[in-house]
Write a protein that binds this ligand. Structure first.
Ligand SMILES: NC(=O)c1ccc[n+]([C@@H]2O[C@H](COP(=O)([O-])OP(=O)(O)OC[C@H]3O[C@@H](n4cnc5c(N)ncnc54)[C@H](OP(=O)(O)O)[C@@H]3O)[C@@H](O)[C@H]2O)c1
Length: 255
C-alpha cells in the first residue's frame, strides 16, 4: 500500500458516512492524517475514526455544521489544534465533500431551501478553500478537491433544480480558483459523481432509482470506493499536472 501522503494533514468535510467516509478512509490508508467532519452524526463519525485507527491510520472527528459560518470557523480552528497541533496550522489536502439536497418540484421549494443548498454546497467550500489556500500557499503545495456532481454539467432529470444550480456553481468555482492557485503549487480539481449508493440517493426498488440506473450506461449505481479512488488520485503527487479539471465519475451518465 502506498503511503505517499504521510505527514500530510487532510480535511474531509461530511465524512461521517457515504462518499466522505470512504474518502477519509482512503486518504488515511495512503498515509494522511485525516480530520473527519460531520454535522450531527457524532456516532457515525466516531465509527469512521475507529475504523481508520484500527487499520493503522490517524484520524480525529470534528463536529461543525457547515450551513452556518460559525461551523465553518469551528472547522478552520480545528486545523490548528488537530493531532495535538502537530501540523502547526498547515493543511495539505482539503476535500469539500459535504453536500445537501431537497428533492421535489422547484415551484414547491420553500424559500429557506435556497440558503440551505447554497450555504452548504457552495459557500462553505468557498470559505474553506480560501482558508486552505492561504495555508497551502505558505508551504508551496496543496490539493483542493471539490466533490460536485454529474448534475454539475448536465440536467437530465427534474426535481433537483436548486441542487443542480449549486453543483454548476461549484464546478465554475473549481475552474476559476485553479487559475489563481496553480502558480502557488496548489491544484484545485473537482470530482463529479453520478448516482452513488448512499443515504443521499433514492433507495433501491423505487422508480427514481430505476430511472437513474437507466441514465447510466453501465446499468448500476456506483460505489463510494469508486469515488474515493478518483479523489485519492487527485490528492496524490502523481496528479501534479492536473488542475482545474472536473473529473466525472458517473457510469456513463453524462456521456
Ligand atoms: N450519492 C450520490 O449519488 C451523489 C451523486 C453526486 C454527487 N454527490 C455528492 O457527494 C457528496 C457526498 O454525498 P453522499 O451521497 O455521501 O451524502 P450522504 O451520504 O448524505 O452524506 C452526507 C455527509 O455530509 C455531511 N453533511 C451534510 N450536511 C452537512 C452540513 N450542513 N455540515 C457538515 N456536514 C454536512 C453529513 O454529515 P452528518 O452525517 O452529520 O449528517 C454526511 O457526512 C455531496 O456533495 C453530494 O452532493 C453524491
Amino acid at each position: 500500500m502506498s503511503k505517499s501522503l504521510e505527514n500530510k494533514l487532510a480535511l474531509v468535510t461530511g465524512s461521517s458516512r457515504g462518499i466522505g467516509a470512504a474518502v477519509a478512509a482512503r486518504l488515511a490508508r495512503n498515509g494522511a492524517s485525516v480530520i473527519v467532519n460531520y454535522a450531527s452524526s457524532a456516532d457515525r463519525a466516531d465509527a469512521v475514526v475507529r475504523e481508520i485507527r484500527s487499520a493503522g491510520g490517524e484520524a480525529e472527528a470534528i463536529g461543525a455544521d457547515l450551513a452556518g459560518m460559525d461551523g465553518v470557523r469551528t472547522l478552520i480552528a480545528s486545523i490548528d489544534t488537530a493531532f495535538g497541533g502537530r501540523f502547526g496550522g498547515q493543511l495539505d489536502i482539503l476535500v469539500n465533500n459535504a453536500g445537501t439536497v431537497d428533492y421535489g418540484p422547484f415551484l414547491e421549494q420553500p424559500d429557506d431551501s435556497y440558503d440551505k443548498h447554497f450555504n452548504v454546497n457552495v459557500r462553505a467550500p468557498i470559505a474553506l478553500a480560501k482558508e486552505a489556500g492561504k495555508r497551502m500557499a505558505k508551504a508551496g503545495w496543496g490539493r483542493i478537491i471539490n466533490v460536485g456532481s454529474a448534475f454539475g454539467e448536465a440536467a437530465p432529470l427534474g426535481g433537483v433544480t436548486l441542487y443542480i444550480a449549486t453543483k454548476f456553481a461549484l464546478h465554475g468555482f473549481t475552474r476559476g480558483l485553479s487559475r489563481e492557485l496553480g502558480p502557488l503549487g496548489i491544484t484545485v480539481n473537482g470530482v463529479q459523481p453520478g448516482p452513488i449508493d448512499t443515504d443521499l440517493s433514492p433507495n433501491e426498488g423505487t422508480d427514481a432509482h430505476a430511472t437513474m440506473v437507466k441514465l447510466t450506461s453501465v446499468g448500476r449505481f456506483g460505489k463510494v470506493d469508486e469515488i474515493a479512488a478518483a479523489v485519492a488520485y487527485l490528492a496524490s503527487q502523481e496528479a501534479s499536472f492536473t488542475n482545474g479539471e472536473n473529473l466525472t465519475v458517473d457510469g456513463g451518465w453524462n456521456a
